[in-house]
Design a protein around this ligand. Sequence first.
Ligand code: COI
Length: 362
Amino acid sequence: MSLSFEIQRSTAARTDAERAAVLADPGFGVHFTDHMVRISWTKERGWHDAAVLPYGPITLDPSAAVFHYAQEIFEGLKAYRHADGSIWLFRPEKNAARLQTSADRLMLPHLPADDFIEAVRQLVTVDAAWVPEANGEQSLYIRPFMIASEPFLGIRAAEGVTFYVIASPAGRYFGAAGVAGIDIWVTDEWARAGIGGTGAAKCGGNYAASLVAQYEGYEHGCTQVMFIEPAGKDRVEELGGMNIFLISADGDLITPELTGTILDGVTRDSILTVAADLGLTPREERLSASEVLGGIASGRFTEAFCCGTAAVISPIAGFKSHHGEWRLAEQSFTRTLGLRDAILDIQYGRSEDRHGWLRRVV
Ligand code: COI
């Protein structure tokens, strides 16, 4: 049976003027709406006590397992306001399913897909005024997450778990650089995930593991880092926080295939689906770093981009490593920006939703 949600409205909600000031320049992940969702789970009772609550700090016992053993998973999706004022989610059932896949890997309980989607709908409905206007590229970024909240220091799957949803009005993840072309640092030293590890799960540990390489990239003027499969196999995996695509001169649109160490991105999947509409041939392949960098040098690959819910699609200007620098031939990113527009147009209701991806909330 589906959960029903108790709604406790905030008595400290921001005024219209305060909210408008935030929405004028939301940035990414800095400001949060007035409410959040919380649902509890115990081994004995299953999921219970679903509620929309005032946004605020969480009180946890210092021995809560999440602090010690990182038993945590999360999701990222967005709510979009269309020109007529209505509010829509993009493929939320994909996020619900991925949360379950991540839960399997991290030994957390399955939250039924209906309850996941209802939790998101409840929060977006209560905080609808926080969904930015359709102009520009703003949206409400929604961050569902599940943590092992049981106070217990033994190592086992937690028997007390809490699921939350918070939301944050968002502009471009990379700011202006998001469409101007970013540089990617290629690390051959650090790995984000290993074979049989948690690379395909959306868990905080993967992102924590990416930081050391990400910061090495910053030192070299790069915005993201590209991870190569460990153990000398040279296979390209994904970036610190998003998937990667390459476009060849003859119209192949290639992304590393899902092999268990790469996140199955919703934007990645959507791009593969719409590619043919833009005259591109989508391919999921094992790509080696030498093939990618050699292909850029030889002119085989003329464009590259990274993609994710937060970043949407951001063109890549070039790659750098300790061994050299590779610039993409096409610096006006024509086909990348075409794909970007195709995805955004569906999300914002500016083109027909031919794949049935949108779910109306308000
Ligand atoms: C997302 O795109 O939703 C992510 O979780 C990645 C992160 C860089 C914000």
